[in-house]
Design a protein around this ligand. Structure first.
Ligand code: C5P
Length: 221
């Protein structure tokens, strides 16, 4: 039995990696599977929320009752999220967004010249920080924001710092190595009151627990 703790709430979620094209056949991406974000979308829908899931390139089925928008690059993810954010009560940013993208996508495949020993350099430019941008929307247009952090060391300190830097009420740290692609995870919740661990479990169990934690913290309607 799942109590409908998010009944009447609208939840926007980003999930998966982004893909930043270099040329028509190559790009910069990462190993995010999207599993945690998709599990949160499913858990939020089970809890009665109206859920919009903005997904980078992943191979996962859309959870029942969830509206899905597929995007490829960080800029596309940003452009899908920003106009929708003010109509949502909660924004959960689980996507592993590339920090940088090639300044220009080459129209044709970059070829290695005969005898070439050194690659042609290309410039990178910064991608927008989707979470930080949503978290800074004016009061009344700003959903209640949840950020994620995957760190290899000093998770508690980094998670606390990241919460303040992003300006979000709740930051969720992935505890333990190599969470990408795995079915289980351990989460550390960091908010203004302190830290709390959600013990190791499969991602759907953790997503349901996280949804309950978010519901408790939401301002009353
Ligand atoms: O700064 P860092 O990438 O470690 O922050 C991670 C958090 O910020 C995640 O919640 C991620 O989804 C979000 N993020 C974002 N846009 C970016 C970079 C990160 O929404 N360009």
């Amino acid at each position: 039995f799942q109590p409908k703790v998010l009944a009447g709430r609208r939840v926007l979620i980003t999930a998966g990696p982004t893909f930043e094209a270099i040329d028509p056949v190559r790009g910069i991406t990462n190993h995010s599977s999207g599993k945690m974000g998709f599990a949160i979308a499913r858990a939020a829908a089970e809890a009665g929320a109206q859920v919009t899931l903005v997904a980078g390139p992943v191979h996962l089925p859309t959870p029942a009752g969830v509206t899905r928008i597929d995007v490829r690059s960080a800029q596309q993810m940003h452009d899908a999220v920003l106009p929708r954010a003010p109509a949502h009560d909660v924004f959960v940013a689980t996507a592993a967004v590339a920090d940088w993208r090639p300044a220009a996508e080459q129209g044709e495949k970059i070829k290695k010249a005969e005898g070439q020993r050194v690659p042609a350099p290309f410039a990178l430019v910064e991608n927008p920080d989707i979470l930080a941008t949503v978290a800074r929307l004016p009061e009344g247009q700003r959903p209640w924001c949840v950020g994620f952090a995957a760190e290899s060391h000093d998770l508690v300190r980094h998670a606390r710092e990241k919460r303040l830097r992003k300006g979000v009420p709740l930051l969720v740290g992935n505890l333990g190595p190599a969470t990408f692609g795995r079915d289980d995870n351990t989460l550390l919740l960091v908010d203004a009151a302190g830290e709390r661990e959600l013990a190791t479990a499969d991602k759907l169990t953790l997503a349901r627990a996280l949804v309950a934690e978010i519901a408790q913290r939401l301002p009353a309607v």
